[in-house]
Design a protein around this ligand. Structure first.
Ligand code: ADP
Ligand code: MG
Length: 241
């Protein structure tokens, strides 16, 4: 059974149908890149998987927990998948360590000492073990995004959803964040990432999804998607025509 099973998912905002029947199964340990034009529904898809949006039709199943259309009890789902955004959304008045501890103590009711141990471990995992007591403003954008990754990991998610997590970074800071993601991939984390980093997608991902106008327009291994795209829409997106 796949870890994430997305079946005929539709999502509307008013009368704007943004997802028009998405089907996608993600296996445990799989790393999938989602590419496509702005407005094609990439972020909305991730937000639906994370339970930040209520779907209008279809179903999303994560590790056996089913999310049906119109269901509002999304908390279970949100605990199973972590999400990282373009903006790091760290609390400026809290240290890196406190930021990583917060959702554990608030959402999971983890005792403070245990949350701190986990926070130290996860900061260490993203190469920031020495920054536990640093405030966000004392960290570079790349470091702040790595703290955000540590925060997501501390919740022990079964999968991580990344929405353009390097897009707000200065070019020289992109690689340190991608290196962390690559390590997670190699350790077997299931990853679904919206990205413009085509080289990274080619190197690290097992499959690439090209979204176009609310549909999975083309899907396949990176070599196939990037070298021999079938549809004119993908060829155009890749700048081939
Ligand atoms: P992408 O991430 O591929 O750029 P999005 O999923 O953000 O695309 O957006 C897809 C479409 O859904 C866009 O037309 C956008 O305006 C619309 N949309 C996204 N979120 C909302 C919202 N909360 N309310 C209304 N429309 C939205
Ligand atoms: Mg987006």
């Amino acid at each position: 059974m796949s870890l994430i099973e997305i079946t005929e998912v539709k999502k509307r905002f008013g009368d704007n149908e943004v997802l028009k029947g998405i089907n996608l199964d993600v296996n445990r340990g799989e790393v999938i890149a989602i590419i496509g034009k702005s407005g094609s529904g990439k972020s909305t898809l991730l937000r639906c998987i994370n339970g930040l949006e209520v779907i209008n039709d279809g179903s999303i199943q994560v590790a056996g927990a089913q999310l049906m259309a119109d269901e509002t009890a999304l908390r279970t789902l949100r605990l199973k998948v972590g999400m990282i955004f373009q903006g790091f959304n760290l609390f400026p008045h809290l240290t890196a360590g406190r930021n990583v501890m917060l959702s554990q103590t608030v959402v999971k009711k983890t005792p403070k000492a245990e949350a701190e141990t986990m926070a130290r471990k996860m900061l260490d995992r993203v190469g920031l073990g020495h920054k536990f007591d640093a405030y966000p403003e004392e960290l570079s954008g790349g470091q702040q995004q790595r703290v955000a990754i540590a925060r997501a990991l501390a919740m022990e998610p079964m999968a991580l959803l990344c929405d353009e997590i390097t897009s707000a970074l200065d070019p020289e800071l992109v690689s340190e964040v991608l290196a962390v993601v690559k390590e997670l991939a190699e350790e077997g984390m299931t990853l679904l990432m919206v990205t413009h980093e085509m080289r990274f997608a080619r190197d690290v991902c097992s499959r690439v999804v090209f979204m176009h106008e609310g549909r999975v327009h083309e899907i396949g291994p990176p070599d196939k998607i990037f070298d021999t795209p079938e549809t004119p829409e993908l060829q155009r997106f890749l700048g081939m025509i």
